[in-house]
Design a protein around this ligand. Structure first.
Ligand code: ZN
Ligand code: FE
Length: 256
């Protein structure tokens, strides 16, 4: 099995940059490009040469570095077909079910719309890792800006179906605030209580709380838990469709 090295670093106010490398193949990809200078600095630190950018969605805090990095490195930019016109420098447009080789690894593309209308996620089964942009966060999920609740719930369900041990890299460090909100939705969830404490400790020492895993999110992320009887009872929505319960939690988070 070819190795995949992963280097995550904070950038902008609360974004993550992520670089992945298949050393044997000489391939280095940046997951999104929040900030050209920060990505270039991370590349220099690692001693890596950029060959690809994998764009999850068109927002400026995910594509702002595309053109400068492409100018410096002549890298190839992949991105979502449904919003290709809004992704600077895009070379290859991708959509659900597409797969491509990145060095020795197959990358599978999942449509995960809702935060934006064309948002995609990248899953690399051979490395047990997925890059989900602003769709799923640790103990949270992205704001539903261009889609609707039903659409976002459908996207989250796709990610929930990945193997539990899949490492999940997200676009932002929002975990501590997410945990505080989650405890108002499911305060009796002991796994969540425990995780919230661990997150406080990590943040107090300046550590990143990402990556997470699908398994951990299924246990502690209220947005993925509309089936929880405790949540249904608290929201007064017992027996309602999962996407509506998800939508109510999302609305409450927007107001929090
Ligand atoms: Zn975004
Ligand atoms: Fe973002």
């Amino acid at each position: 099995m070819p190795k995949l090295e992963i280097h995550q670093f904070p950038c902008l106010s609360d974004n993550f940059g992520v670089l992945i490398r298949d050393a044997e193949a000489g391939v280095v990809a940046s997951i999104d490009a929040p900030d050209a200078k920060a990505v270039a600095a991370a590349l220099a630190t690692q001693g890596w040469r950029l060959t690809h950018i994998l764009t999850t969605h068109h927002h400026g805090d995910h594509t702002g570095g595309n053109l400068a990095l492409k100018g410096e490195t002549r890298c190839t930019i992949f991105g979502p077909r449904a919003e290709a016109a809004k992704v600077p420098g895009i070379d290859t447009a991708l959509g659900d079910g597409d797969a491509f080789k990145l060095g020795g690894h197959e990358v599978r593309v999942l449509d995960t719309p809702g935060h934006t209308a064309g948002h995609i996620s990248y899953w690399i089964p051979s490395a047990n890792v997925a890059f989900v942009g602003d769709t799923l966060f640790a103990i949270g999920c992205g704001r539903v800006i261009e889609g609707n609740h039903e659409m976002m719930w459908h996207s989250l369900q796709k990610l929930m179906g990945l193997p539990k041990e899949t490492a999940i890299y997200c676009g932002h460090e929002y975990t501590q605030a997410n945990a505080r909100f989650a405890l108002t939705i499911e305060p009796e969830n002991e796994a969540l209580q425990k995780r919230a404490k661990a997150v406080d400790q990590m943040r107090a020492t300046g550590k990143a709380t990402l990556p997470t895993t699908i398994g951990l999110e299924l246990e502690t992320n209220p947005f993925l838990r509309p089936d929880s009887p405790a949540i249904q009872k608290r929201l007064g929505m017992a027996g309602k469709p999962a996407w509506q319960i998800f939508g109510e939690i999302r609305e409450r988070k927007n107001r929090s």
